[in-house]
Design a protein around this ligand. Structure first.
Ligand code: ATP
Ligand code: MG
Length: 837
């Protein structure tokens, strides 16, 4: 399985992977670890990430960015409508009423769902992870803001599925940061000690998130979260853009907002200016050439002025900080550290305000840009059997109170009950009991809609089917399990009917829970307590809670006291009941399947288009390369007439590329290149031959001279070679002489050959000759001298003669010969054994 974490940011994304060496943030095809959250649609393909960002100005209407907060939003939602007026691309309603993105793609108008667009971005991130890991990626952990509602989360899960990802956990961004912080800390308090309290602040592009977390050795527990969606880097950009729109309106009489391209450029420049102001407090210029109507514009600003403009925005910094402290009932003195992340946390005035609120220096021990992705990859590694990671338990919170409502049989009206209060530990399951005679519906909803970022508070309806009365005609006991899962998504996950079987005569039919049928680690909540929780609701008789994390499950086990254990037992049977869920904003199965299929098709189309483009670029590159070389290095190797013809053909091709050849099928370009190469290749080959030929001749010359020297030494009775066989040495001499004749005849022929014609001898032939000579002569000359045991006394004076000789005779094995690609003889030195593992 793959171990990958994706930080799916509003403005940019990061990918972290786990490898043997640890967690690593990986770079995309542009060697950049940051991938812009941008998708651009073109007449033939899509571009995603950095390639799409480069089209933000040139193809602004079909280049989509800033869509993260459209997840699960209705088109009619006020946020969508207000965002729409500031976007340069178009939004349109999906058939379901959800927000869609309208673009021209493949020369057709298309409306893509947000799940599809995020799916496209995730496909790109998946590709980045795959090329880093060099294997397919599916299993992963993806980040979402802690304020995302159920439907937002389900929407991101669908996007992951569209991208072919298996998201093991949707992780809250600040929780991922907490994990990235805590898992490496060796000095956390012991489990029984007072936890270490750390506040995490993430200032991103779209918003500001704060969480407070309690750390003990081996675990982290989020205590509370808060957010402000008006306070992110984007809000500062908006202020700057509005300021310069006004200024340029007055100064140059330009209506910037009427021209999408100009507006996009202004956004880019304002963002740059904002970043510069973080590091610099002096006056900084903003210049844009040919901004609108051929007018160059310029302005300037300094940090002091900027902070004045943003004073209102900056007052928002404190609210979420105060909120988490109040929710967690903590005092500022309880806080051990305040860690800030998110690229916009670099804005000095934000840092100052956070620091002032807590009365302490902020910590920046984490990588502000990459901490979320790294935390996600760590979580994925914890979930993966392939990695050994330190035990670390993560308990998150339910961000908004969740209630259930239903038609109450007893009261003939609506009843409701809060099942998860805000900041309840998550993931978590609870079991509720109902007494019913017929199928019934539970509706999940957020009970404090004012806290939500989305005006919709419905989570979904859950219809419990197949409910029937007991044989006696009484209501049946229905156990309903509700849970907030690892993704932070609420559901009615199972329901069962407890059927009372016929009891033995005289025995009272009081049924008890069946511990065997229920999960082991269950905490039964006191009935009284429960009544208190659910008010006057007569239907809802008992509740059991179950923490899904290992830690709390252990804790829960201690409290595992079936409340009615003393009552006489009767036989009961548990019948699982089907649940029909109708979830708010959920993409239909059919729409999801179609999207999965379409994503596959679009990936294929992008691949084909890339191949087509590569084929076209190859033609273009060849034309430029040849044109340069025909009057450079290749000049000598082609006659004038051929050069003129080829030059003309290259010029025609260049023109063709801008005209008829601008937009052709891949094969047309492949054929075109092949056609050019039939003219160019022989010239290039002659050039290559001329380059390589002298080296090959030299090598052959060196070899045969060496053999001739050995033959002469043999003839001169040199004792180094006196063990060689005469006949064989004669053979060596003959081979060397033949080679000498061959080389001089070939050199002669080649010297008389015009360079514009086929060479008289090819490098390949010379190399073959080298090989032939080597295999004929080397076994003879490298024969080792037989060992003679010298008398002991002489040995001390003359040294190890034999060894020396052996070494020298081996030295006639020419290094150069081996480089010509021949196999080494058995008599040669053995290579040391190498442990390639
Ligand atoms: P979100 O977390 O909201 O989904 P994101 O993760 O894409 O968004 P980040 O990458 O954390 O957001 O932050 C991007 C914001 O940070 C942008 O507004 C960018 O202009 C801003 N930013 C980046 N560098 C600086 C800087 N040096 N000074 C001020 N702002 C900066
Ligand atoms: Mg972020």
């Amino acid at each position: 399985m793959s171990v990958v974490g994706f930080d799916l940011g509003f403005q940019s994304c990061y990918v972290a992977v786990a490898r043997a060496g640890g967690i690593e943030t990986v770079a995309n095809e542009y060697s950049d670890r940051c991938t812009p959250s941008v998708v651009s649609f073109g007449p033939r393909n899509r571009s995603i990430g950095a390639a799409a960002k480069s089209q933000v100005v040139t193809n602004c209407r079909n280049t989509v960015q800033g869509f993260k907060r459209f997840h699960s939003r209705a088109f009619a939602d006020p946020y969508v409508q207000s965002a729409k007026s500031n976007l340069v691309y178009d939004l349109a309603p999906m058939p379901s009423g959800a927000t869609g993105i309208k673009v021209m793609y493949m020369e057709e108008e298309k409306v893509f769902s947000i799940e599809q667009v995020t799916g496209m971005l995730l496909s790109k991130l998946k590709e980045t992870a795959e090329s880093a890991l060099k294997k397919p990626v599916a299993d992963c952990v993806i980040s979402v803001p802690s304020y995302f509602t159920d439907s937002d989360r389900r929407s991101v899960m669908d996007a992951a599925q569209i991208a072919g990802l298996n998201c093991l956990r949707l992780m809250n961004e600040t929780t991922a940061v907490s994990l990235a912080y805590g898992i490496y800390k060796q000095d956390l308090p012991a489990p029984e000690e007072k936890p270490r309290i750390v506040v995490f602040v993430d200032v991103g592009h779209s918003g500001y998130q704060v969480s407070v977390c309690a750390f003990n050795k081996g675990k982290l527990k989020i205590l509370a979260t808060a957010f402000d969606l008006e306070l992110g880097g984007k809000a500062f950009d908006d202020i700057l853009v509005n300021h310069f729109c006004e200024e340029f309106g007055k100064k140059y009489k330009l209506d910037v907002k009427s021209k999408p391209r100009a507006l996009v450029r202004l956004f880019q420049e304002c963002e740059k200016l904002k970043k510069l102001m973080s590091a610099n407090s002096s006056d900084l210029p903003l210049n844009i050439e040919c901004f609108m109507n051929d007018i160059d514009v310029s302005g300037k600003l300094n940090r002091g002025q900027f902070e004045e403009m943003c004073a209102g925005l900056l007052t928002k910094v404190e609210g979420p900080l105060r909120s988490v402290m109040e929710q967690a009932k903590l005092k500022k003195e309880d806080v051990y550290a305040v860690e800030i992340v998110g690229a916009a946390s670099r804005i000095p005035s934000i840092k100052e305000r956070i620091s002032k609120y807590f009365g302490k220096e902020l910590s920046t021990t984490l990588n502000a840009d990459e901490a979320v992705a790294r935390g996600c990859a760590l979580q994925c590694a914890i979930l993966s059997p392939a990695f050994k990671v330190r035990e670390f338990s993560i308990t998150d919170v339910v961000p908004y109170s969740i209630s259930l409502k239903w038609n109450s049989a007893a009261e003939e009206g609506l009843s409701d009950c809060e099942v998860f209060q805000k900041n309840h530990a998550a993931p978590f399951s609870k079991v509720l009991t109902f007494f019913r005679k017929e199928p019934f519906t539970l509706e999940g909803y957020y009970s404090s809609p004012k806290e939500l970022p989305d005006p919709n508070s419905t989570i979904g309806q859950f219809l419990i089917h197949n409910v029937v009365p007991q044989a006696s005609g009484e209501s049946s006991k229905i156990k309903v399990k509700v849970r907030v899962n690892v993704h932070g998504v609420f559901s009615v996950s199972s329901a069962s009917l407890i059927e009372v079987l016929k009891t033995a005569e005289g025995e009272e039919a009081i049924e008890t829970d069946q511990p065997a049928k229920e999960e082991e680690n269950k905490m039964h909540v006191d009935q009284e307590d429960h009544k208190h929780q659910c008010g006057e609701n007569a239907d809802n008789k008992s509740e059991a809670e179950e923490m899904e994390t290992a830690e709390d499950a252990k804790q829960a086990k201690k409290n595992d006291q079936p409340p009615q254990a003393k009552k006489p037992k009767v036989k009961t049977k548990t019948v699982e009941l089907p649940i029909e869920s109708s979830l708010h904003g959920q993409l239909s199965d059919e729409a999801l399947n179609v999207s999965v299929e379409n994503e596959g098709k679009m990936i294929m189309q992008d691949k084909l288009e890339k191949e087509r483009n590569d084929a076209k670029n190859n033609v273009e590159e060849y034309v430029y390369d040849m044109r340069d070389k025909l009057h450079g290095v290749l000049e000598k190797f082609v006659n004038e007439a051929d050069r003129d013809t080829f030059s003309l053909r290259l010029e025609d091709t260049e023109n063709w590329l801008y005209e008829d050849g601008e937009d052709q099928q891949k094969q047309v370009y492949i054929d075109k290149l092949a056609e050019l190469k039939t003219m160019g290749q022989p010239i290039c080959e002659r050039y290559m031959e001329a380059e390589e030929r002298p080296k090959a001749f030299e090598e052959l010359g060196r070899l045969l001279q060496m053999y001739m020297k050995i033959v002469e030494a043999y003839k001169a009775k040199d004792e180094l070679y006196d063990h060689l066989d005469e006949l064989e040495v004669t053979g060596v001499e003959k081979h060397a002489k033949d080679a000498m004749i061959w080389i001089s005849s070939k050199m002669n022929q080649q010297n008389n050959q015009d360079l514009t014609l086929e060479p008289a001898v090819k490098v390949g032939e010379i190399q073959a000759k080298i090989k032939e000579l080597y295999s004929a002569c080397n076994p003879v000359v490298s024969k080792p001298k037989p060992k003679v045991e010298p008398p002991k006394e002489e040995n001390t004076e003359n040294g190890p003669v034999n060894e020396q000789e052996a070494t020298e005779s081996q030295s006639c094995n020419p290094d150069k010969a081996t480089s010509a690609g021949m196999e080494q003889g058995a008599a040669e030195n053995k290579l040391p054994e190498m442990d390639i593992d």
